[in-house]
Design a protein around this ligand. Structure first.
Ligand SMILES: Nc1ncnc2c1ncn2[C@@H]1O[C@H](COP(=O)(O)OP(=O)(O)OP(=O)(O)O)[C@@H](O)[C@H]1O
Length: 139
């Protein structure tokens, strides 16, 4: 397996509920190295662009509103098999279906407000990382 990178956001629900520290601890305890990190907030335009792939889905408006509703933590993570291993760590999109011990099982409140994002491919990890971080912020 090769060392690679994934992109994550701690979403507005988890930030508002005070879970930043616990979620970052779970991430680093699982062996991910943080190579970029910031507290930021998406504008409506940013959220629309980030989730453009979902533009035709019925939940798109709700998703854009939620993701721009408050601060998020954006991070780039490095590990062997980072994309797949991170999706295992966060659990299923719907927290009711998320496995025990996953971040979403512990901290997500609903399908929409599900605590964290994780890239779904190496290609998207790079696109999403570059959306949020300048080259000099990627260590
Ligand atoms: N049926 C739904 N109702 C409300 N929100 C939804 C629904 N399906 C997805 N979402 C929201 O849109 C996000 C993107 O959906 P996607 O299918 O890509 O899930 P995911 O890959 O598990 O999540 P993410 O991209 O945030 O890591 C979900 O994380 C969730 O916040």
């Amino acid at each position: 397996m090769t060392t690679n990178r994934t992109f994550t956001m701690i979403k507005p629900d988890a930030v508002a509920n005070g879970h930043i520290g616990n979620i970052l601890a779970m991430i680093t305890n699982a062996g991910f190295k943080i190579v970029s990190l910031k507290l930021t907030q998406l504008t409506v335009a940013d959220a629309k662009a980030f989730y453009a792939v979902h533009a035709e889905r019925p939940f798109y408006g709700e998703l854009v509103k939620f993701m721009s509703s408050g601060p998020i933590v954006a991070a780039i993570l490095e590990k062997e098999n980072a994309v797949a291993d991170f999706r295992t760590l966060i659990g299923a999109t719907n927290p009711a279906e998320a496995a025990e011990g996953t971040i979403r099982k512990l901290y997500a409140t609903s399908m929409g407000e599900n605590a964290v994002h994780g890239s779904d491919s190496d290609e998207n990890a790079m696109i999403e990382s570059n959306f949020h971080f300048a080259g000099r912020e990627q260590f």
